[in-house]
Design a protein around this ligand. Structure first.
Ligand code: 1CP
Length: 342
């Protein structure tokens, strides 16, 4: 199926384009009232994510509501641990929790490398159905967590500000850490390859907790595993978004990825210097969307002043916050389109 709007894909591949493509991290399932209707109908996040018809519906909602240049499949990074044998629960207004955790080689021996086709078939079905329903309107982004970020949740068992249980294991039992990271990596590669076979047009790796590591630890426990993934995903463009890893920008830019995602702490000009040969994506502070319309437009203009209009994908610096007014999100998207059109 040929895409009617392939702007994001062309930009991600490094081509020059007639305007800057735009989408928003976590654009599905957070701010739209029509999402809440579907979420109520499903009863729980997990049921919603495991029902391809509903997952496809909420994936497409932001394309209708905001006219973004891509859809991102409605799922979660934590489906991978579940497929490895470690199920999660989603606690209302608290987030994900793993009733069991993995902290020793003995715990790890009870897990397996995920078989994407059998263990994650529901995501693949959601991708296939979404592609069909999108009917070529915009590309569909597949995604997975970076191995280190998944390691954080599997060892800690829940979200944390410091992930000190996870980090402690890097110091006290590095052999275990590497073994678990490798098993997550193998699962993630098979999962992303299956997403691509199912129809994902590009994929993004979210290293949401990169910023809690020292540069040295990042080099040891995160980058080599992201590298393995990038080296084996060759059919579609790959984006690496490592939140807080300002110290590793140059090394991330050396990976065989196509796009590097930036958070709002990362200076655009400095990032261009550190990452000379990659497309950059980002990095508006999602809190800007609490400002008035005029200020949102002024901030978008400033993004273009620093990033330029080529080799650039406009996005937020992290996920959109749930209490954002959808009209403000729309203002951001409209401003990007208007100000970057040749
Ligand atoms: O656009 C989209 O929102 C698509 C779907 C999507 C994505 C890309 C969801 C649905 N989750 C994610 C990624 C994700 N999940 C990340 C990486 C991106 C990021 O940094 O934001 C992370 C860290 C998670 C883990 C997770 N899942 C959390 C954070 C926990 C913590 O550490 O504080 C939470 C709260 C979830 C639940 C979740 N995931 C998605 C939704 C819609 C929800 C809310 C659940 C509900 O409706 O009850």
């Amino acid at each position: 199926m040929t895409l009617q709007n392939d702007l994001l894909l062309r930009t991600a591949r490094g081509e020059l384009t007639e305007r800057v493509p735009v989408w928003m991290m976590r654009q599905a399932g957070r701010v739209l009232p029509q999402y809440r209707v579907v979420r109520e109908k499903a009863g729980s996040f997990i049921t919603l994510a495991k029902t391809p018809e509903l997952a496809a519906e909420v994936t497409i909602q932001p394309v209708d509501a905001f006219d973004v240049d891509a859809a991102i499949i409605f799922s979660d990074i934590l489906v991978v641990p579940e497929a490895m044998g470690l199920p999660y629960e989603m606690i209302e207004s608290r987030g994900p929790v793993f009733p069991d955790t993995v902290r020793t080689l003995a715990d790890l021996s009870r897990l397996r490398v995920a078989d994407a086709e059998s263990d994650l078939g529901y995501v693949l079905d959601a991708i296939k159905l979404t592609k069909k329903e999108l009917n070529g309107r915009v590309p569909l982004i597949g995604f997975a967590g970076a191995p280190f970020t998944i390691f954080c949740y599997m060892t800690e068992g829940k979200g944390s500000k410091t992930f000190s249980v996870a980090k402690k294991l890097l110091y006290t039992d590095p052999d275990f850490a590497h073994a678990l990271l490798q098993q997550i990596t193998d699962s993630t590669i098979s999962y992303l390859q299956a997403q691509i076979r199912a129809g994902a047009d590009l994929v993004q790796i979210f290293d949401s907790w990169a910023g809690i590591l020292s540069p040295e630890q990042y080099r040891t426990f995160s980058l080599p595993y992201i590298k393995q993934i990038c080296d084996l995903i060759t059919d579609v463009p790959v984006t690496v978004f490592a939140k807080g890893a300002f110290f590793a920008r140059h090394e991330i830019g050396q990976l065989s990825c196509d796009v590097v995602g930036l958070d709002w702490n990362m200076n655009p000009a400095e990032s261009r210097e550190l990452i000379p040969n990659r497309v950059l994506q980002g990095n508006l502070d999602p809190c800007v969307l609490y400002a008035d319309f005029a200020q949102i437009r002024a901030e978008v203009k400033q993004m273009f002043d620093s990033f330029g209009h080529q080799h650039y994908i406009a996005n937020l610096g992290h996920g959109i916050y749930p209490d954002t007014d959808p009209d403000k999100a729309r203002c951001f998207v409209d401003a990007v389109k208007e100000m970057s059109q040749l």
